[in-house]
Every structure is written in structure tokens, then in C-alpha cells.
Write a protein that binds this ligand. Structure first.
Ligand code: ASP
Length: 282
């Protein structure tokens, strides 16, 4: 099994070494699984459980002081599932998997997604706060008035990164998964690229892709799908990721990171942000 994981594109983390250790561990855990879907879910679950990343425990906070998580999952057979805007859900990727495997839908949102999670034995009412997120939230005071609040969101929003993702192949099938808490101080209810098919994640018969970075720009551009399409058209993953990301940057002015694997296990990992930590395991 080839597994590649990322811990988000953005500024240099204060302490990269402990984050890298968790990413290495997540990739190794994924590689022990029997199929690509299980591999990406296992890898992402490890990262969601670690407070150093903006997914599950350690997720960022929205403008109403609540944490909501999102995730998406797709396999090379074209099947996908995603779940978003979920309070109290640590393992958003597990909910995405339930949406993919147990419902006829591609995306479930909010309290109904939480109910579905609970009905499938996934932990709900999880405490996703860390001392660091509490401290940061305590330092701000979003206005109650709508106009003022929107202005506040415009000013504050955008500092999120450390979203997590994984791609995997066993030489036959492929899978991609991405999970996040979104971006700091986004308007309550905001959903970014991560649970949108073709934006935060995508998989085909030849490639699996997970993205991270400026979510609105990634969603408008359809970043994950464009990279997968390029590999489908015969481009090598590394080259495809690099070329498409350049096009993304010039079209949107945004920052992003991409990981991609093809069926031969060839990978691409590229970012135009300051950094994106990754780990791979064969
Ligand atoms: N793309 C994520 C979002 O906008 C953030 C990230 O990748 O760190 O929700």
C-alpha cells in the first residue's frame, strides 16, 4: 500500500518535529490497512485525534465560538461521501465514510450529519477544544450586530491551516480523504472546500488527490479534480500537481497544497504556501 499524508499548507509551524512524527505515524498506520479506503481513513483518524492539526481535536473556531468539522472521502470507482458543519465530531472522516457507504447522497450537513454519526456508533459530543484554541478565542470579541460582525469576519478570517489529508493506492484501487475544522473565525456555518467533491478531495481510476489551503479559492477552481484529470490524461503526478497549482495561483492569487498518488504509486506533493508537511509510506 502506498500512502501519502499532509498536515496542511500554510506558515511554518513553531514545532515541526512533533507534527512530523504524527504524520509519519499516520502514514505508517494507513499502510497496514487492506484497501485504500481503509488506509486513508485510518491515516486521517490519527491526525484528527492529534491537537496539533486543524481537524478533529484542535480544530479552529467559527465566529459564534463553536467548532464545526468537515471531511470528504472518495475512491477510484467514483463513489464519494462527505459531511460538514458538524459540532462535536472528532472523526469527521468516519462520518464521510458512512455517507459514502450507507446513504445514496454525497454530502450531509450539520445536526443531521451528527445524528447519522451517532446512529452508526461514531463518537459525538466530543470536546474538540484545546488550551490553545480557548486562549485564542478568549482574545477576540465578535460584534453582535450583523454588519459589524461581517466586517469583523472579513478582517479576521483566513488564518486557518493545518487541515489534514491522505491519498493511497494498493496498485489497483485508489482513495483520497481530507478533514478539517475550516478556517479561524469564519462566519458561523461557513463550509469550505474540504467536503466539496473535486475541490478538497477527488479520486479516479488513475489518481487520488487531497488539497489544503485557501478554501474558497480551491472550491471555485476545483483544484483536486483538475489535478486528477491531468493525471488521467497521462501527466505524471508530480508534474500535474506542479502545473495545476501554478495555474491555480495565477487564476486565484490563493495559496494551496496538493498531494497526489497514481495507481503505480508515483506521488506529487507541492505547495505555494510557506510550507506543507507530508509523510509517505510504501
Ligand atoms: N482548506 C481549508 C478550508 O478552507 C483550510 C486548510 O486547508 O487548512 O477550510
Amino acid at each position: 500500500m502506498h500512502v501519502l499524508v499532509h498536515g496542511g499548507a500554510g506558515s511554518e509551524p513553531d514545532e515541526p518535529a512533533p507534527r512530523q512524527a504524527v504524520l509519519d505515524d499516520a502514514a505508517a498506520a494507513g499502510a497496514t490497512e487492506e484497501d485504500p479506503q481503509a488506509a486513508v481513513c485510518t491515516a486521517v483518524r490519527r491526525l484528527e485525534a492529534d491537537p496539533q492539526f486543524n481537524a478533529g481535536v484542535g480544530s479552529v473556531v467559527q465566529s459564534d465560538g463553536r467548532i464545526r468539522t468537515d471531511a470528504g472521502l472518495m475512491t477510484g470507482d467514483g463513489e464519494s461521501g462527505a459531511a460538514c458543519a458538524m459540532p462535536g465530531i472528532e472523526h469527521a472522516v468516519a462520518v464521510a465514510r458512512v455517507v459514502k457507504t450507507a446513504t445514496p447522497h454525497v454530502l450531509l450537513a450539520g445536526e443531521r450529519a451528527v445524528t447519522l454519526a451517532s446512529e452508526h456508533g461514531i463518537g459525538t459530543d466530543c470536546d474538540l477544544w484545546t488550551a490553545k484554541t480557548r486562549e485564542r478565542w478568549d482574545r477576540v470579541d465578535p460584534p453582535d450586530d450583523l454588519t459589524a460582525r461581517l466586517a469583523w469576519v472579513r478582517e479576521q478570517f483566513g488564518q486557518g491551516h493545518d487541515t489534514v489529508g491522505a491519498v493511497a493506492t494498493d496498485g489497483e484501487g485508489l482513495a483520497a480523504a481530507t478533514s478539517t475544522g475550516g478556517r479561524w473565525f469564519a462566519l458561523a456555518g461557513r463550509v469550505g472546500d474540504v467536503p466539496q467533491v473535486g475541490a478538497g478531495f477527488y479520486a479516479t481510476e488513475t489518481a487520488a488527490v487531497s488539497t489544503t489551503g485557501d478554501g474558497e479559492a480551491i472550491a471555485r477552481f476545483g483544484l483536486a479534480r483538475r489535478v486528477a484529470d491531468a493525471v488521467d490524461d497521462g501527466e505524471r503526478p508530480r508534474h500535474a500537481a506542479r502545473r495545476v497549482l501554478r495555474g491555480f495561483a495565477s487564476a486565484t492569487g490563493g495559496d494551496a497544497g496538493v498531494i497526489v498518488v497514481d495507481r503505480e504509486g508515483r506521488v506529487g506533493r507541492v505547495t505555494n504556501a510557506a510550507t506543507m508537511q507530508t509523510a509517505a509510506e510504501d
